[in-house]
Design a protein around this ligand. Structure first.
Ligand SMILES: *Cc1c(COP(=O)(O)O)cnc(C)c1O
Length: 376
């Protein structure tokens, strides 16, 4: 007789689970040394102190359900972006929103198109919704937007673009986005995942580029663009689960029906409001990151390792051995970095840019471990 487990549909059975960066305590237990985590692109300066204060205050009212409409935070985000509150949709992280997007627009016979070597959650939400996941090859560590446009067919409903991209740290500028959008038919929703927008804006300006004009598309009422933003990276609130989309209010009405009610907690709403007002904290975060990138990047070349110049808060590099064994040996030296083997990049590694002290610890460990690999 068949059990319920035998009857799990194939698209769920073959789902590859998300592999998170290793938790500090677990790694410490395994390796018996004290540990720094540079594996999940979290803010090394911690959360905004103002957000922490807001969390403490909000704690006194957690017996009450949160404001399901997130009225105050939506109004503040809308004002900052120059759009209306109806054009803002809050969720429990960008991941929460990606899940809603996929469940609203995908299903059997429909597909989502993106690049290879991009955010590991895109195939998961696509397949969980019964959709087909289509990827195109990269060119020189970058999205090939021509190939992505060419891969769109009648059954495509979603194109997701991470800009800057995780894990390569590469970006495309506002003009490139505009040219791409001009080629996308109206039956396809383009999701611009701008999780690293604060970093992208900074690095683009330094190179004389315009990072993104994505909010202009929302302002002008364009229907087939949704922008994703998160509080998990520059705002330092990854543990609270808060993100949002900007886009077409009519589409968001459907999202509102699909989403789980009260999925954004009262604590998250309070923390988010305080965090966006703490511009000083974001500024310090972006500055620390840029200094870290400038200090770290040349040192990979000195070790004979290829690293890709970053537009985000992490660096993609390649080692002379299997990435999983490399990251294990880094962990033995007290540094958790991310093997990109789950992305299908056998020798690819991603390191989050830390505080100056953390960056030094990382480089000390890298020197030792990379030289061991050469000596082997
Ligand atoms: C980190 C990251 C996110 C953020 O996800 P949350 O659910 O908001 O924590 C989204 N997209 C990309 C590409 C990321 O790297």
């Amino acid at each position: 007789m068949k059990t319920i487990l035998d009857l799990i549909p194939p698209h769920i059975r073959t789902l590859a689970g998300y592999v998170p960066g290793k938790a500090v305590r677990q790694a410490q237990r395994e390796s018996g040394v004290s540990m720094i985590k540079l594996a999940s692109n979290e803010n090394p300066l911690g959360p905004s102190p103002r957000a922490v204060e807001a969390i403490r205050k909000a704690a006194n009212e957690v017996n009450l359900y949160p404001d399901n409409d997130a009225t105050e935070l939506r109004a503040e985000l809308a004002a900052r972006h120059g759009i209306t509150p109806e054009q803002v949709f809050l969720a429990d992280g960008s991941l929460g929103l990606l899940d809603i997007l996929a469940r609203t627009l995908l299903g059997p016979g429909l597909n989502c198109v993106t690049s290879e070597r991009t955010f590991i959650s895109y195939p998961i939400v696509t397949q969980a919704a019964g959709g087909q996941f289509i990827t195109t090859p990269m060119r020189q560590d970058r999205y090939d937007l021509n190939a992505i446009a060419a891969a769109i067919n009648d059954n495509t409903r979603l194109v997701i673009l991470a800009n800057p991209n995780n894990p390569t740290g590469t970006m495309f500028d506002a003009d490139t986005t505009g040219a791409f959008l001009a080629r996308v038919p109206s039956h396809v929703l383009v999701v611009l995942d701008e999780a690293y927008s604060d970093f992208g804006t900074y690095f683009a300006a330094k190179r004389g580029l315009t990072y993104s004009r994505s909010m202009d598309y929302v302002r002008s009422g364009r229907r087939n663009v949704v922008i994703l933003r998160t509080f998990s990276k520059a705002h330092g609130l990854a543990g609270i689960r808060l993100g949002y989309g900007c886009g077409d209010p009519e589409l968001f009405q459907y999202f509102g029906r699909v989403r789980n009610s009260f999925s954004v907690s009262a604590i998250a709403l309070a923390a988010g409001l305080a965090a966006i007002r703490d511009e000083d904290h974001i500024h310090r975060t972006v500055e620390n990151n840029a200094e870290g990138a400038a200090w770290l990047l040349p040192q990979f070349a000195e070790l004979g390792l290829r690293a890709v110049p970053t537009s985000a808060n992490f660096i993609y590099f390649e080692v002379d051995e299997d990435a999983n064994s490399f990251t294990k040996r880094m962990q033995a030296e007290g540094v958790i970095v991310r093997s990109l083997a789950p992305w299908g990049i056998a020798n690819g590694v991603r390191v989050t840019i830390g505080t100056p002290e953390q960056n030094q610890m990382f480089m000390r460990a890298l020197n030792k471990v990379a030289r061991q690999a050469v000596a082997k």
